[in-house]
Design a protein around this ligand. Structure first.
Ligand SMILES: NC(=O)c1ccc[n+]([C@@H]2O[C@H](COP(=O)([O-])OP(=O)(O)OC[C@H]3O[C@@H](n4cnc5c(N)ncnc54)[C@H](OP(=O)(O)O)[C@@H]3O)[C@@H](O)[C@H]2O)c1
Length: 343
């Protein structure tokens, strides 16, 4: 039973994918007599946490016509249980007060959680505070699924960098492109659909080297996706381009998603071209190069620091090409490697 409601939390949490930035994706449900009577989601970086959104909905003034039909929903019952896939927070960040306060104040008597929050300012303390106030705390429930689901957030907390997946498409004979370097169609329609839905749609950003832009002119968008992620939260597109070789005609600079294009270059790169790229709507991130590669720790700091409407990136799908894969492997900057073998 606990697993069933925790899965619903994860399903709801996925609604925040691509919008929660460096925050975790969190969903919450309130269960009474085996039925879900209210739900909450952390929808976007800086907005209410899932538990708060759920409790807010219970306040009489905020009840929609539909939820008001559950007359009893107005008050928390002693049998109600709050399910949430991440330990409730107990600290005040810049935008949101502690969820533990709201839970205690609501009168809830039972909380079921999916995993402990690795954030050092929470890390079990949220659970302790709830227990100390007499709330029954149950969990972790579906811990492995919850950790896997929020692997980007965990990677930022525990490894200080985004989760990195390398994706490679190759033929049975090991080719990744034609001999002249031009793009080779390798994967099947089914493989493409799978990689859009399970790879592109499940990372905050897709990264390539400028070589791939020059040869393939990739769009780097999430397409043909029937899954949980909505079109308005397309992943960012990151191009590693130290000296700004990207042509102005590149697709990633000429579609509706140009504001999702991040070009990483050296501070010394042509300032005129930087300005022109910015004026076209792309983001320029300046990062120093050491021993022929961008300084990854500096790059992760730049990409994980929220600024204005940029909420930070917690997971990256590295799609190539070979020189870029090599740079990531050499620096041991990868958590997962997925190879699709085609004809
Ligand atoms: N089969 C597949 O899965 C797949 C996927 C993508 C691409 N491809 C193929 O791969 C080929 C292109 O690959 P490629 O190896 O020539 O180029 P690439 O890996 O796409 O881009 C390499 C360039 O990106 C920049 N770069 C990459 N990593 C960097 C780092 N850590 N630090 C600084 N700069 C970095 C450098 O630019 P500078 O040279 O300007 O310094 C480097 O030369 C094409 O034939 C394409 O069709 C195949």
């Amino acid at each position: 039973m606990h697993e069933f409601f925790m899965r619903r939390c994860l399903q709801l949490a996925a609604g925040g994918r691509g919008r929660t930035g460096i925050n975790p994706m969190v969903g919450a449900v309130l269960v009474r007599n085996g039925q879900i009577i209210a739900e909450g989601v952390h929808r976007e970086f800086g907005r209410a946490h899932a538990e708060r959104e759920l409790l807010w909905k219970l306040e009489p003034a905020n009840q929609s016509a539909r939820s008001a039909r559950f007359g009893a929903l107005r008050e928390i019952c002693s049998t109600d249980a709050l399910y949430v896939n991440l330990e409730p927070c107990c600290h005040t960040d810049k935008k949101t007060p502690p969820c533990t306060d709201a839970i205690i104040k609501s009168g809830l008597k039972r909380v079921v959680f999916g995993m402990q929050d690795p954030n050092p300012s929470v890390c079990g303390r949220g659970l302790e505070i709830l227990r100390a106030s007499g709330i029954e705390v149950i969990g972790p429930v579906l811990e492995d699924e919850c950790r896997r689901f929020n692997r980007g957030f965990l990677s930022l907390q525990e490894g200080r960098r985004p989760w990195i997946t390398l994706k490679i498409a190759r033929t049975r004979t090991g080719k990744v492109a034609h001999d002249d370097g031009s793009m080779m169609k390798i994967t099947s329609t089914e493989q493409n659909a799978w990689s859009h839905e399970f790879l592109r749609a499940r990372h905050d950003a897709i990264l390539v080297g400028v070589g791939t832009i020059l040869t393939d002119d990739s769009r780097l968008t999430m397409r043909a996706c029937s899954g949980e992620r909505v079109a308005s939260s397309q992943p960012y597109r990151i191009v590693l381009d130290p000296t700004l070789r990207i042509p102005f005609a590149a697709r990633v600079l000429n579609d509706d998603l140009v504001s999702k294009t991040i070009i990483v270059c050296m501070p010394e790169a042509d300032s005129g071209k930087k300005s022109e790229l910015r004026s076209r709507g792309a983001h320029i991130v300046e990062c120093s190069v050491q021993d022929g590669s961008f300084d990854f720790s500096e790059l992760w700091r730049l990409l994980t620091t929220p600024k204005n409407f940029f909420y930070g990136i917690s997971s990256i799908l590295v799609e190539g090409g070979p020189r870029t894969w090599d740079a990531f492997r050499k620096a041991r900057m990868m958590d997962e490697e997925i190879t699709l073998v085609g004809e």
